[in-house]
Write a protein that binds this ligand. Structure first.
Ligand SMILES: CC(C)(COP(=O)(O)OP(=O)(O)OC[C@H]1O[C@@H](n2cnc3c(N)ncnc32)[C@H](O)[C@@H]1OP(=O)(O)O)[C@@H](O)C(=O)NCCC(=O)NCCS
Length: 323
């Protein structure tokens, strides 16, 4: 098995900043409540850019930083729960935008855990198919599947995209992943798709095409998902949590991360957060944070990092990597 390393990272956020005060013009809430319960102060919202536009912009930055020409890309995976349409996949739209004509392309639907899953899928395919490189993107326009009248959800989410270019490498990169799901708890966080209402359907099956969430249940699940994800990914390795410089969690809610840090008996400063400015961008959240850390010069070659994410499905997962 050859090593697979992140060779370039990029992110793109829509320019419109939507503050908590602006949200409180739409639903009965206020800045203080939102900050106290979630840690989110503002988020970026698309004014019309779709998921593939955002994914393409993030990908262009990652490709440039990796020194990879899009024409040489062999694989594109986009993790998203807010695709432009059912078909083509966002990955195929990105392929077309980038002229990445050689790449195999597909989307995965793993909600907020999508980027972590996609890294491991890409690594597996790079090994089995001998692909020299891969583009992995997490991109979302959640604003189009948000119920802007539901104060329990519309305060949480934001739009954006992040991308990583992976390369086969002589150096250690992605070390180990831990991927799990709990489909029985799926009802806690849903977005409906097309209705069943055909000349053949016995009865109509109609779904809400917006985010529906049992916040309390997701909160409980998320804390134990981080705890398991972080512990399991170092288990049976010779790497201790002390050697891990940063834990990069899915940016859902400050309270979740604070509780998980306490449960793990780790300082909160080990967890890098940017949710106050970005909100929960689902599959885009982890690569957006990684990109911010990269741009701030926080990631040094050889640093050990754990990515950990959880979300709809319910799904969760973690990746231990060396930068
Ligand atoms: C959504 C969330 C912030 C709600 O916080 P909470 O502490 O669980 O609050 P509750 O839903 O129990 O509601 C408490 C009260 O605040 C009210 N409330 C809910 N949203 C509100 C808002 N935006 N502004 C003001 N009040 C609000 C409720 O109506 C309720 O009022 P009541 O006591 O009079 O019935 C929290 O459950 C959460 O963050 N869950 C995890 C969600 C998540 O991260 N999902 C994505 C995972 S990938």
């Amino acid at each position: 098995m050859s090593n697979v390393k992140i060779a370039g990272i990029g992110a793109y956020l829509p320019s419109l900043v939507v503050t908590n005060d602006r949200i409180s013009e739409l639903v009965e809430t206020n800045d203080e409540w939102i900050v106290q319960r979630t840690g989110v102060s503002e988020r970026r919202i698309s004014e019309g850019e779709n998921t593939s536009d955002i994914a393409t912009k993030a990908a262009e930055i990652a490709l440039e930083r990796a020194g990879v020409d899009a024409k040489d890309l062999e694989l594109i995976i986009v993790a998203t729960i807010s695709p432009d349409m059912f078909i083509p996949s966002v990955a195929c739209l990105v392929q077309s935008n980038l002229d990445a004509d050689k790449a195999a392309c597909f989307d995965i639907s793993v909600a907020c855990s999508g980027f972590v899953y996609a890294l491991e899928i890409a690594k597996g395919l790079m090994n089995s198919m001998n692909y020299k490189n891969a583009l992995v993107v997490g991109a979302e326009v959640l604003s189009k599947v948000t119920d802007w009248t539901d104060r329990g959800t519309c305060i949480l989410f934001g739009d954006g995209g992040g991308a990583a270019v992976l390369k086969q490498s002589d150096e250690v990169g992605l070390i180990k992943s831990y991927l799990r799901s709990d489909g029985k708890k799926g009802d806690a966080l849903t977005i409906g798709a097309a209705d069943i209402d055909t000349p053949f359907s016995k009865e109509k099956v109609l779904k809400d095409r917006v985010i529906k969430m049992n916040g309390r249940e997701v909160l409980r699940f998320a804390v134990s998902a981080i705890f398991d994800g972080v512990n399991e990914v170092v288990k049976n390795t010779n790497i201790s949590l002390d050697e891990v410089k940063y834990i990069v969690p899915h940016q859902a809610n400050y309270r979740i991360i604070k509780s998980a840090a306490e449960k793990l008996k780790l300082g909160e400063d080990k967890f890098y957060l940017n949710l106050d400015k970005v909100g929960n961008t689902s599959s885009a959240s982890v690569p957006i944070v990684l990109n911010e850390m990269y741009e701030k010069g926080l990631l040094k070659k050889g640093d050990k990092i754990i990515l950990v994410a959880f979300g709809g499905g319910l799904t969760y997962g973690s990746t231990l990597l060396e930068w």
